[in-house]
Design a protein around this ligand. Sequence first.
Ligand SMILES: NC(=O)c1ccc[n+]([C@@H]2O[C@H](COP(=O)([O-])OP(=O)(O)OC[C@H]3O[C@@H](n4cnc5c(N)ncnc54)[C@H](O)[C@@H]3O)[C@@H](O)[C@H]2O)c1
Length: 279
Amino acid sequence: MTERLSALFSLKDEVVVLTGGYGLIGSVLAKGLAQLGAKVAAIEPALDEAKTRALGNAESTAVFAADVTKRDQLQRALADIRARWGAPTGLVANAALDSPPDAPAEENGPFETYPEASWDRVMEVNAKGVFLCAQVFGAAMAEAGRGSIVNVGSIYGVVSPDQSLYDYRRADGETFYKPVAYAASKSALYNFTRYLAAYWGPKNVRANIVTFAGVFNNQDPRFLEAYARKIPLRRPGREALANMAAAEDYLGAVAFLLSPASSYMTGAELRVDGGFTAI
Ligand SMILES: NC(=O)c1ccc[n+]([C@@H]2O[C@H](COP(=O)([O-])OP(=O)(O)OC[C@H]3O[C@@H](n4cnc5c(N)ncnc54)[C@H](O)[C@@H]3O)[C@@H](O)[C@H]2O)c1
């Protein structure tokens, strides 16, 4: 029984493609999924030796150079992954662009003047990139007759950014609004995921989406304070993080969706947000 139970959550026979493997969350997922037994094929547009080494053992983790917006590069990565470990059985579409706090002023300015070029760039990576990864890696899974796609959503793809969280920046004299493209691009992934679930269900390829909330990343204490008020969940010993998530908080949900434990689950959303969207 114990053996059967541990097989339920095992990633031992999985070859998981993880886009954005060098990132804040991606690097934690890469390390964690490998520790849970998967072979992890991270995808990044530019290889970096130090960052690759930091992901761990080359036996279980490798980084393949590809931009998720370039189909030919993804196809080359697929061929290289196949040659190394065989057909992928999992895809975590994690790579995305958000506007960083130090983005050009017009990108974080009023909606009325949000630059068209920024809209296109964010949509290109966050929506088209996820579509292309599903086409390339999902098709390989459908051909092999099994697979699990995990798209990475966001609370800002489910509810609007609460602009009052950023009052502190306006109090400092900045014109700051959390921009629109990230939220719009993330929201597209929810029905895209359901589309894939319906389309590839007969081929035994599942598609689900995880919704993540903000990750602690040394944000301004005034932001952390405002954000904490929106999170009902309180965890002992986590005051320093103002009860924001750590990237580690998301590993369990992703591993579950890749594992046999979720084998009857497709077209679903798994929300890991500390209750942000519950209130
Ligand atoms: N950090 C958060 O607070 C938060 C909250 C909710 C959801 N998310 C979601 O989690 C995921 C990871 O976020 P993160 O904070 O780790 O991001 P991050 O910016 O730290 O990492 C993103 C990674 O994606 C890679 N990338 C960017 N463009 C790419 C492209 N064209 N092709 C291939 N790779 C590319 C980058 O090089 C980077 O390593 C994203 O989908 C994000 O929307 C993050």
